[in-house]
Design a protein around this ligand. Structure first.
Ligand SMILES: C=C(O[C@@H]1C=C(C(=O)O)C=C[C@H]1O)C(=O)O
Length: 359
């Protein structure tokens, strides 16, 4: 049997090689930045389509024993560091620190970005629009509770582009603080979406305790610092940030509870090969409007992944539709669909074509 020291010597030698290779990679990314600067007076350093392709290839060719997901996560961090050498990136998210949206931002961009907490979804939109940050991250739908209407509504008045999506499995924990007297708890703080995602558990286990909706799960966790008769429901990040104790883990009603987030930016994203497109569609209210909107997708065999209606806010009982479909707006089939809808008197706004979530 090889002895421990011999194995560790081999690891040391490999680490040296890995380190040299990582620095070589960073050096190449630096050269890419020079080319981008030379070719474009307003260079775009972050390229989501390229990053998605790199991560997909890493997953496909991975031979183990490291799992494909873990390997992709390691490379996610490597690219994050390389990109930061090209340009330090500022990414705004729906705060405060410790929210699931921050977790989604880090999952998507890696740890080398500067993440900027903001108090509301429309503030995230505004800061990206003004150029104060490069990108923004906002929640858009939850598998248990449905759409995040603030986000949909913000798109109606914005020219920002969706340039990516992130999916996050959401686990909620019942938390107690340093002063909590567990036998005296009269209220539970959390965000209203979280309370809804844990409704059955709360009904079964804490029916008499008042549920108090606050602006975020992180805010709920923060409040426990100086209260003795309350608990909070929040996720791992907020729990760690405020150093709380887990009384009960994973109390979400559905074990597959997932939230989808969108990355918003100011530029279009070229095709990556596996893309999605989000559209905002409206037309004069008439019988058959919705089926007319959908027919071109059917005819071109384009899969819809979401269809949502929202009040248009222009007139009562008139609606806009949010449509997500597979494919990129530059794909010939989708271009034809968009042309067909356009000539049918429908108003279409392409909110963005972007790579399907890889991680
Ligand atoms: C190096 C590039 O710039 C960035 C860094 C990447 C990387 O580290 O692989 C990939 C895409 C860009 O976000 C590039 O565009 O190729």
């Amino acid at each position: 049997m090889t002895d421990l020291n011999a194995l560790r010597d081999q690891i040391d030698a490999l680490d040296q090689q890995l380190q040299d290779l990582l620095n070589k990679r960073a050096d190449l990314a630096h050269q890419v930045a020079e080319v981008k600067r030379a070719e474009d007076p307003e260079p775009v350093f972050y390229r989501p389509e390229r990053e998605a392709q790199v991560l997909r290839r890493i997953k496909e060719r991975n031979a183990g024993p490291i799992g494909a997901e873990e390997m992709a996560r390691l490379f996610r961090e490597v690219m994050s560091v390389c990109l930061a050498l090209e340009q330090p990136m500022r990414v705004a998210f729906l705060g405060p620190e410790g929210t699931f949206t921050q977790q989604a931002a880090i999952k998507h961009f890696g740890h080398a970005v500067e993440s900027v907490p903001l108090g509301a979804i429309d503030e995230v939109f505004r800061e990206v629009e003004s150029g104060a940050v490069h990108f923004g991250v906002v929640p858009v739908e939850n598998s248990t509770e449905g759409m995040v209407n603030h986000t949909l509504d913000s798109f109606m008045n914005s020219d920002l582009k969706i340039c990516g999506e992130v999916e996050l499995r959401i686990h909620h924990h019942l938390l107690s603080g340093p002063h909590t007297r567990r036998d005296k708890v009269t209220r539970i703080y959390s965000h209203q979406q979280t309370l809804a995602q844990c409704r059955q558990w709360l009904d079964a286990h804490m029916p008499a305790v008042e549920r108090v909706a606050v602006s975020s799960n992180a805010e709920a966790a923060r409040r426990l610092r100086d209260e003795w008769n309350a608990m909070a429901i929040a996720g791992d990040m907020a729990c760690e940030l405020y150093n709380l104790d887990k009384v009960q883990v994973n109390i979400e009603d559905r074990p597959d509870n997932t939230t989808r987030f969108l990355i918003i930016g100011r530029q279009d994203t070229p095709p990556s090969g596996h893309d999605k497109t989000s559209l905002l569609v409206s037309g004069k209210n008439r019988p058959g409007l919705l089926s007319d909107l959908l027919r071109p997708f059917r005819e071109k065999d384009i899969n819809l992944t979401r269809l949502e209606s929202r009040p248009s806010r222009i007139a009562n009982w008139s609606y806009v539709f949010f449509v997500d479909c597979e494919g990129h707006k530059e794909d010939p089939a989708l271009t034809e669909v968009l042309d067909a809808l356009d000539s049918d008197g429908t108003t279409i706004k392409v909110l963005g074509s972007y790579p399907k979530a890889v991680l």
